[in-house]
Design a binder for this molecule. Sequence first.
Ligand code: FAD
Ligand code: NAG
Ligand code: NAG
Ligand code: NAG
Length: 374
Amino acid sequence: MRTSSSSSSLECVEGPIIVGAGPSGIAVAACLSRYSIPSIILERSDCIASLWQNKTYDRLKLHLPKNFCQLPLMGFPQTFPKYPTKYQFISYMDSYASHFKVQPKFNQTVHVAEFDPSSQIWLVRTQDSLYLSPWLIVATGENAEPMIPKILGIDKFHGAVVHTSAYKSGDAYKNKKVLVIGCGNSGMEVSLDLCRHNAKPYMVARNTVHVLPREILGISSFGIAMALYKWFPLKIVDKFLLLVANMMLGNTSHYGIRRPKTGPIELKLATGKTPVLDVGQVAQIKSGNIKVMEGVKEITRNGAKFVDGQEKEFDAIILATGYKSNVPTWLKTRRGLSGTSSDAVKIANDIADQWKTLKKDNNNNSHIIQLNNS
Ligand SMILES: Cc1cc2nc3c(=O)[nH]c(=O)nc-3n(C[C@H](O)[C@H](O)[C@H](O)COP(=O)(O)OP(=O)(O)OC[C@H]3O[C@@H](n4cnc5c(N)ncnc54)[C@H](O)[C@@H]3O)c2cc1C
Ligand SMILES: *[C@@H]1O[C@H](CO)[C@@H](O)[C@H](O)[C@H]1NC(C)=O
Ligand SMILES: *[C@@H]1O[C@H](CO)[C@@H](O)[C@H](O)[C@H]1NC(C)=O
Ligand SMILES: *[C@@H]1O[C@H](CO)[C@@H](O)[C@H](O)[C@H]1NC(C)=O
């Protein structure tokens, strides 16, 4: 008789189990190590920061100035520019992980995580192992799985259909007509990259979206918004941002990009939907190099039919349709995620407190923490 667990290995972990070796997971492990708390990181890929290493396009730079993006305990090198490139960010992640001696277990995809109430222990199962710990830290991010919408007729299309997570550069699209479906940060930046490689992008903007200038008078819009938010109500901050955005970018609905009714920061806080920061897309849209289309009715063998009745031929389709978390598929808990959105430092502090108690009275205490990046 075969038992399904016969080839599994079992590991009792001394400290917390962290799922995901992205920036969040690595940062938590580093903060824990400061308290001499051991931890293990389970990572499905074969490297750290795999979203950045394997699923982003070549030209990507951080959207926010570096001071907003550095991890705790060890900042970016002085020599980095204001908006580091993805390669600089990856090299920073590499030195961060080696400085704090963070060594994730790779090729470990978490399939199930269950809390056993009687023993107060998390049972975390990967494809070939079972890990046990009183603590589980979820750091798998909001970009774990590409969102692939059902679009009528798309399987009949003659050319390539790729999600932005597989898009590296516009090099392969020179002189091609490319339908980019989606108008968030990915859709806008891929369209811009396509322009710079002399491709002809048509970007579908079915949903509303806020586009903001990346900087206002040389200061990052995000920084300005955060500073104002300390003193003014959210609605006032949003009004200010929209006023400046309209002055600098014009009325975006005149070129097909409709704004949501809710202001940009309010929307971000309520739904997590990030405003698009303009790094040159708007100029390309205004000059007609990026064509904005209203919505796709259906994909045909050679192209697409749009809701406004137009029909066009395309060589390729890029799905800039976003990502979703995979946590609901593997985390088995009825306690909910209780809206925890704390940073690495806070989590490490929490666990350090429990760690002391645990060591003192050997009285286990379950804990689950979900890292939300924003
Ligand atoms: C194109 C693009 C550009 C971006 N630009 C910026 C930016 O400029 N500034 C910014 O602040 N943010 C940006 N982001 C957001 C990005 O999510 C964060 O910067 C950051 O990567 C989040 O870190 P994280 O560790 O929370 O998640 P991730 O970096 O997504 O790391 C999660 C890790 O968990 C692993 N994992 C997932 N599921 C499992 C599982 N079941 N078992 C085991 N391992 C698993 C993944 O392989 C991954 O390595 C961008 C995202 C994208 C897609
Ligand atoms: C991701 O990219 C890194 C760096 O190029 C490479 O070492 C690693 O093998 C890649 N992993 C996957 C799963 O493609
Ligand atoms: C990852 O794990 C699977 C299942 O245990 C195994 O078949 C595969 O060879 C491993 N891959 C690497 C690169 O170690
Ligand atoms: C932008 O233009 C639309 C019509 O194209 C109009 O309804 C809207 O009020 C304008 N917005 C602003 C802020 O001027």
